[in-house]
Design a protein around this ligand. Structure first.
Ligand code: ZN
Ligand code: FE
Length: 262
């Protein structure tokens, strides 16, 4: 049981398809801003919620996740906290977090999860049952492997994130859900969880709503990167390439490669 209260999570759309988040302690009004790319919408969202931003967290060093650190920091006085591994690439870094450590902030205790694969020093933030997964885990997908190996990304998703309880909510860095599920359906055409989530995601997007959050339990049902032992998925890969190796990391790498070109 977490000893701290559950935060109120407010997603704030950024740029064309990014999400930043406000993590609000409703009893104090203090808010953490995660992954600011544009300061204005975050300041507006905080004002509307009666909250004030006093801390900035980044999941990784790509500018669509930390490009507004300095503008938002200057506007609020909030210090920037991010992965020590990427400290030299994070604009305005004030507090270097060691992956694996716990961080106490605004009455919450968050765990800093090391999630290499998209970038080497990528971290996720786990507040009780709320995971901020940046560009490692998306709804029904995962990020591109820029700095790591398929084996590292596989471990980040299937060992580190896969070990979280099924009711953990997933708040990710981009709105890629519809395209991810269209891809997932090509690998597992008979998977009813994929078809149902795709229909719902299309409705949500048509209504201008975000598709976040999902849960770890849902991801295990429709995310191909968490389904590398699915017989239907493996059969699809082997039909495309009879020489396909079927161990989990090889399947993961093949799925990621197909998605890169989808
Ligand atoms: Zn990124
Ligand atoms: Fe990104």
């Amino acid at each position: 049981m977490p000893t701290t209260p559950a935060p109120k999570v407010i997603p704030v759309p950024q740029l064309s398809d990014n999400y930043a988040y406000l993590v609000v302690n409703e009893s104090t009004g203090d808010a953490i801003a995660i992954d600011p790319a544009e300061a204005g919408p975050l300041l507006e969202a905080a004002e509307q919620a009666g909250a004030s931003i006093n801390t900035i967290f980044n999941t990784h060093h790509h500018l669509d996740h930390c490009g507004a650190n300095e503008e938002l920091g200057n506007a609020t006085g909030a210090p920037v906290q991010a992965s020590a591994i990427e400290g030299d690439k994070i604009p305005g870094l004030a507090v270097a977090l060691e992956p694996g450590q716990m961080v106490d902030v605004n009455g919450f205790t968050a765990k800093v999860l090391r999630l290499p694969g998209h970038t080497d020093g990528h971290v996720g933030y786990l507040f009780g049952k709320d995971l901020f997964s940046g560009d490692v885990l998306f709804v029904a997908g995962c990020g591109r492997i820029f700095e790591g190996t398929p084996a590292e990304m596989y471990e980040s998703l299937n060992a580190t994130i896969g070990a979280l309880s099924d009711d953990t909510r997933v708040w990710c860095g981009h709105e890629y859900t519809v395209k991810n599920l269209e891809f997932a359906a090509t690998l597992e055409p008979a998977n009813a969880a994929i078809a149902a989530r795709l229909a719902r995601a299309r409705e949500q997007r048509a209504a201008g709503q975000p598709t976040i959050p999902s849960t770890i339990g849902e991801e295990k049902a429709f995310n191909p990167f968490l389904r590398v032992t699915s017989p239907e998925l493996i059969a699809t890969l082997v039909a495309k390439d009879p020489a396909q190796a079927t161990d989990p990391v090889s399947v993961f790498a093949a799925v990621r490669k197909l998605k890169d070109n989808f």
